[in-house]
Design a binder for this molecule. Structure first.
Ligand SMILES: C[S@@+](CC[C@H](N)C(=O)[O-])C[C@H]1O[C@@H](n2cnc3c(N)ncnc32)[C@H](O)[C@@H]1O
Length: 201
């Protein structure tokens, strides 16, 4: 059932995202991704919607645990302006040495990762000291009624949307993990956050 839903989600993902991309998410991705420099790790790269926006990266290692998503992303990787390898792996167990990357990118992914604390710990480990962290995430909003609606919808939503939690408090998790948050931009009534941080270690 899980695998089947995963494959179906992969097939529908770009179509589900298209209206959101057109209403501003694509522009937000573009402005965020162009800040990635040097050796870049992208976690949970999905179908590769960020790949067209890498301009200044020397090399991108994109990591995706689902084979069906990885396969879909390969054509976007081959068309990108910078070299991109897509490997099968999970963010909670990164197959890299300490201090390997200048930038770590994650978009709409910390909502889905089963153990986001472990993933953030791993990101801290593989990112160089003072390396850049670029996240775009939807989060639980800090408004009582809306936040409760997100809590209420999450059990059903996560089955329909491949493990996605509408009510993750991702900003708090990033802060708790020890990153130095340097910039936050809020979109769509604070549901979407662009988080720029430095790996202060
Ligand atoms: C909503 S999609 C986002 C895809 C892409 N980042 C984007 O912005 O369109 C969430 C992605 O996270 C991936 N994912 C799930 N669990 C993960 C994990 N433990 N480590 C890394 N990625 C994971 C999923 O396979 C999926 O591709």
């Amino acid at each position: 059932m899980g695998l089947l839903m995963g494959k179906l989600f992969t097939q529908l993902y770009d179509r589900i995202m298209q209206p959101l991309e057109q209403r501003g998410i694509a522009e937000i991705r573009k402005n965020l991704i162009r800040k990635a420099r040097g050796r870049v790790l992208e976690i949970g790269s999905g179908t590769g919607l960020n790949f067209p926006y890498y301009e200044h990266a020397e090399k991108v290692i994109a990591l995706e645990p689902q084979q069906s998503m990885r396969e879909r992303s390969l054509s976007r990787a081959s068309l990108a302006d910078v070299p991109i390898d897509v490997i099968l792996a999970s963010a909670e167990d990164l197959p890299f040495q300490d201090n390997t990357f200048d930038t770590v990118v994650g978009t709409l992914v910390l909502c889905t990762i089963p153990d986001p604390n472990k993933a953030l710990e791993e990101i801290r480990r593989v990112c160089k000291p003072d390396g850049k962290i670029l996240f775009l995430e939807h989060v639980r909003v800090d408004r009582p009624i809306m936040g409760r609606i997100q809590d209420w919808l999450t059990p059903v939503w996560k089955h329909l949307c491949d493990g996605c939690h509408l009510n993750r408090e991702t900003l708090k998790l990033v802060d708790k993990a020890g990153f130095k948050i340097v910039n936050i931009k809020r979109y769509y009534k604070n549901i979407f956050l662009e988080i720029e941080a430095v790996n202060d270690k």
